[in-house]
Design a protein around this ligand. Structure first.
Ligand code: ATP
Ligand code: MG
Length: 225
C-alpha cells in the first residue's frame, strides 16, 4: 500500500511493559519524544533502562500498552509491515549470519542488488578488504571450515547490510561494540556523512561513539530526557 512519506517519529505517552496486563514493571512510562527527520539521535542510559526496547518499538516488534508512535500522522500500527520494513534498517550487536556466502549474507538486505552494490556497501562498512583477503572472497561460505567470523567482522557485515538497504531510517543498537577504535571511527565517519538525508538512531555506551550524535537523550526510570 501507499504509505505517507517519512517526517520523523512522533512518540506520544508511550507506555510499555513486557507482560501487559499483569503486574510488571513498566519499561517505558509515558514517554513523549519527537525524533526529527534526518540527523543522528543518540540514546544513552544504564543497562536495562529500555534503550533496546524503545528501538524495537520503533520497528513495531510489539505494540505499546498505551500511547503511540506515529509517522506523518499515521500510527505505526496502521502501517503495513512491508512499508515499515522498507523504511527502516536495524543493526544489532549480534548480527545473525546464515550458512551461505558472504555475498548472499549481505545481499539479503536488498535482494536483487548487484555485486557492485554489495561491494560498495562493504567498503563503507570497512569490511571489503578483509573479504577480499579470503581465498574465495565474496564467495566464502560463512560457518564452513575455518570461516567463523569474529564479533567485529559480524558487526561490519550487519552494517554493510544497512548501507545496502539504504533505507531512510537506520536504527543502530550497539553496532560497534566489538570494533576497535580505528574501525569504529571509519564507520562512524560514513554514517555522519550520510546523516543529512538519513535519520539515524544510535544506542551506545561509548562516549566516543556518541560524539557523532546531533542530539542525545538519556533513558532513566522508564523516561526519556
Ligand atoms: P542494555 O544497555 O543492557 O542493552 P537496555 O537499555 O537496552 O539495556 P532493554 O533491553 O530495553 O535495556 O531492557 C529493559 C528491561 O526490559 C530490562 O529489565 C530487561 O530485562 C527487560 N527485557 C528486555 N527484553 C525483554 C523481553 N523480551 N522479555 C521480557 N523482559 C525483557
Ligand atoms: Mg540494549
Amino acid at each position: 500500500g501507499a504509505e505517507p512519506s517519512f517526517d520523523g517519529f512522533h512518540i506520544k505517552d508511550l507506555t510499555f511493559s513486557y507482560k501487559q496486563g499483569e503486574e510488571e514493571e513498566q519499561i517505558l512510562s509515558d514517554v513523549s519524544l519527537e525524533i526529527p527527520k534526518n540527523g543522528i539521535l543518540g540514546i544513552v542510559g544504564k543497562s536495562g533502562s529500555g534503550k533496546s526496547t524503545l528501538i524495537k518499538l520503533l520497528m513495531r516488534f510489539w505494540d505499546a500498552e498505551k500511547g503511540e508512535i506515529s509517522i506523518s500522522g499515521k500510527p505505526i500500527k496502521e502501517w503495513s509491515t512491508n512499508g515499515l520494513r522498507a523504511l527502516e534498517s536495524y543493526v544489532i550487536q549480534d548480527t545473525y549470519l546464515f550458512e551461505d556466502t558472504i555475498e548472499n549474507n549481505v545481499k539479503l538486505a536488498r535482494l536483487g542488488s548487484t555485486h557492485e552494490q554489495v561491494v560498495e556497501a562493504c567498503k563503507k562498512a570497512n569490511i571489503h578488504e578483509w573479504i577480499e583477503s579470503l581465498p574465495n572472497g565474496y564467495d566464502t561460505v560463512i560457518g564452513e571450515g575455518n570461516h567463523q567470523l569474529s564479533g567485529g567482522e559480524r558487526q561490519r557485515i550487519g552494517i554493510a547490510r544497512a548501507f545496502l538497504h539504504n533505507s531512510e531510517v537506520i536504527l543502530l543498537d550497539e553496532p560497534t561494540s566489538n570494533l576497535d577504535s580505528l574501525n569504529e571511527a571509519e564507520i562512524l565517519k560514513v554514517l555522519k556523512e550520510q546523516q543529512k538525508d538519513k535519520t539515524i538512531i544510535l544506542v551506545s555506551h561509548r562516549q566516543s561513539t556518541m560524539k557523532i550524535a546531533d542530539r542525545v537523550i538519556r533513558m532513566k526510570e522508564g523516561r526519556a530526557s
